[in-house]
Design a protein around this ligand. Structure first.
Ligand code: CTP
Ligand code: MG
Length: 240
């Protein structure tokens, strides 16, 4: 990845939040007075290396146009699809139309607590390396990990040292990722798995544990806790 390469962000935000069951998509729930979407985007927009943030929203989403951040000059809106992979591809098509050589940070709208330092670590892991294969933020597991067999009986205990949880952002060349996601099957649940299937070996970059994905109702309390802890640390995100 060339040090002067153009970096764009693609943010899939076309999900319905079925597991949250809130009556509106979870990215529009409020955390400390702002929607999750605004928290997430304020961080991406505060990260100087990102030129443009492409947000993929559902076609009939009435909430997104109500947010002033949707009209921010560095934010572009596209329509997402039925699966996360479709939504990411729609965003990548927009990036590629502007800049065919760009690299992209793909980040879940549902992860509002991303730190700028984690984004920087991800870029640093590939910057200046001709043979970089992309990278993702990830967390080594701390629990012992079991593999289940039929009837929830333990089949095996896995080597914990080898197991990481995949988070976002995930960093890849936009064109290669677009190709890899074309025709992606149901087992592809993140960008890295599509790239792995295409023969790439992305790097795992250790992330901070507060970069949670808000998925279930109880995650909101955890997000509130982490947000307050980040504020106590003095972290703040401003963008022009
Ligand atoms: N996403 C998307 N397009 C889809 C499905 C998901 O852009 N067709 C986005 C979500 O909006 C979210 C991110 O992908 O920002 C991660 O997905 P997830 O946490 O599963 O969100 P939802 O699909 O909305 O939640 P659920 O699976 O509980 O319905
Ligand atoms: Mg989902």
């Amino acid at each position: 990845m060339r040090r002067d390469v153009a970096i764009h962000a693609v943010v899939p935000a076309a999900g319905v939040g079925a597991r949250m069951g809130a009556g509106l998509p979870k990215q529009y729930l409020t955390l400390a007075g702002r929607t999750l979407a605004e928290h997430t985007l304020s961080r991406l927009l505060a990260f100087a290396p990102i030129r443009q943030v492409v947000v993929a929203v559902a076609e009939a989403d009435p909430w997104w146009p109500e947010l002033s951040v949707a009209r921010q000059p560095r934010v572009t809106t596209v329509h997402g699809g039925d699966t996360r992979a479709h939504s990411v591809r729609a965003g990548l098509a927009e990036v590629l139309a502007r800049d065919p050589d760009a690299w992209v940070l793909v980040h879940d709208m549902a992860r509002p607590l991303l730190r700028l330092s984690d984004m920087q670590a991800l870029l640093d892991s590939c910057a200046g390396q001709d043979d970089a294969q992309g990278a993702i933020l990830a967390l080594p597991v701390s629990d012992t990990v079991k593999q289940a067999g039929p009837g929830a009986l333990i089949e095996a205990t896995l080597d914990r040292a080898l197991i990481w949880r995949a988070l976002t952002p995930q960093l890849f060349p936009a064109a290669a990722l677009h190709d890899a996601l074309t025709g992606a099957h149901a087992g592809i649940t993140d960008e890295a798995s599509a790239m792995e299937a295409a023969g790439w070996r992305p790097r795992l970059v250790p992330a901070r544990a507060d970069n949670i994905k808000v998925t279930l109702p109880e995650d909101l309390a955890l997000a509130r806790f982490y947000l307050e802890a980040q504020r106590q640390e003095g972290l703040a995100w401003r963008f022009a």
